[in-house]
Design a protein around this ligand. Sequence first.
Ligand code: C2E
Ligand code: CA
Ligand code: CA
Length: 643
Amino acid sequence: MIEKIREYLGLYKHTEYERNYLDDTNTSASVYMSVVVIVLETWMILRLIGVAADGSRTAEWIISHFIAYFILWVSAVAVLAYSIGFLMGKIKNRTAGRIMRIILSIVCVIFGMYISRHDYMKGEQILTFLTMLVFVACIFTWRPIVSLLILTLSYGIFYLLIDNPIAGDEMPFVHASTATRINFFIMWISVLMVSLSVYFQRLAEGRKTERLEQANKRLNRLVKTDDLTGLANKHYFIREAARLCEKLDDPVYLYINLNNFRSYNEKYGFSGGNGLLKDIAAELSSLFNDGLCARFGEDHFVVLCENKDIENRLKGLNEFALLRDVMIKTGLRVGAFYKKKRDITPQAACDNARHACDSLKKTENLFCVYDEKMELEQRRRQYIVNNIDNAIKSGYIKAYYQPVVWTSDKKICSAEVLARWDDPEFGLMSPGVFVPVLEEYNQIHKLDAAIIDIACADMRRYADMGAPLIPFSVNFSRRDFELMDVPAVLDKCVKKYGIKKELLHIEITESAITDSEDMLQSIVASLKAQGYPLWLDDFGSGYSSLNVLKDFSFDVLKLDMKFLSSLGTNTKSGVIIDSVLKMARQIGMHTLSEGVETTEEMDFLENIGCERLQGYLIGRPMPIEQLFEQIDEGKFCVSDKLI
Ligand code: C2E
Ligand code: CA
Ligand code: CA
């Protein structure tokens, strides 16, 4: 109850926003009010001149009225000047305005009483007093308690003045009638009600705009900043970067990625990880205060700044990051892109810096600059993705064949089909260039379907020419099994070219199998059931090689080349190769070693009983014509035993 009364009387502290809002509306109201007062008083002063001229009033009357009009006129002019200055932003002091409004109000009320008492004594209306109180109490917004005081005091004093004789009154004195008193009371209460309603209405408006402005500010902040770190967000960074670039002499974009952030998160939890990101962001802002810093998500930060002392600044940041956990090594890798005079969008510039940053993966380096080589590589990646369909259609995709021979007599037992992209613009590209890109962009199945078709067509063509039959092994990516119906594609080709399924070996890498879900595993099992020989490629390159052997029945195990390449340098390699091949034989698998480059390697493999060999020493991958030419020339002999 008491709270309600206090609230209704305005006995509480306004927020700063409410205070300023009421103050601002009062300043605007001051303009209207002072203009009205100035116009009225100017007119009254001019009228006085007329009155003085016709001699209908005493000099004393004229002078006292002139002084009253003039004081009011001066106070109104002062308030008008202040209010305009304040609204135009030239005057900042609010207290001065408040004091001036109080003075103007007091002057108005006294003026109203003075003029209206004169009028009342002559039996006229007390309109001036009334008007002045409406001006003061309703146009200006006061707290309810202040309005109550102003009105009660003014009405009380005025009532006393008209209800009591004063020495020198011109007219005979008459006490106020009951009707006058009632009218007086009604006027008091009416003006009070209006002033209270004005106050509460303005306060409600003020509160509403305060809430709106706060919501607006929050929205603005959200649109521009990253919630966690307070840095700019990606959207804002991209929007601002072009403008900032124009101000910088030599702009550089930095793409910063934290090493091992995942491990840090695992060790310290989500909030620990967030803490690290916040600290890095704070350090970043202070080190690169000449530019714009942003977080692009996760542990990726981007900076656009002046190309000055970049490496030193980054070293500082790297040390700061490393100190967090020396064991986890939460250092940085940073890619830089120098914009110079290049006409490039901020998004593309960030992509380039990111590309340079990504090139540092698996290295210990901190810093790498985006250069022409990277530019070419990126252009090539883009080209590969955009042109795979056209390359297949135009015959740029070629199948090369690398012979596989029996260790015992070095006669060909099969050939591995390896894709090549012979491009008019980029020349002969090897699969190491285009296969990962096509895998990344979900286009690899197009290449593999084309290669299967080419290989089957080649086999048919040479068989029709009476050439000796050579089985082909084709490579599949894990993504092929998600992107196309591999058994259907194979079936279509073997039917189209009339090829026996046992002549098409399916090479699947060990990592493809282990990373996959049940779906792939069942497809592989069904391929085997349909009669396609299954070859396990790159055995030993993954983490769970032995599990793969346990769960699947592959026909041939292809030992990863890395074992052989370390044969000369690592004494353990020979023992491992020997054991792996023994184990393969024990579980009924055939064995093949790829990457045979030297006669020592070949002799070693022969000694330990590896069945098949593949490698540059035997023959490089080559076009089909070349393979059969070499067979014709007697360089190779095709074995009668193909399985
Ligand atoms: P992979 O299946 O392990 O193929 C063997 C790679 O080793 C081939 O590289 C081959 O040229 C190379 N090689 C053969 N003998 C030697 C040697 O003695 N020493 C050395 N250092 N390398 C040798 P290539 O043709 O560049 O293919 C690279 C990889 O690309 C292949 O590795 C395979 O995973 C993938 N690939 C090739 N063609 C296709 C394809 O048509 N489809 C798919 N999905 N992947 C393919
Ligand atoms: Ca292979
Ligand atoms: Ca391989």
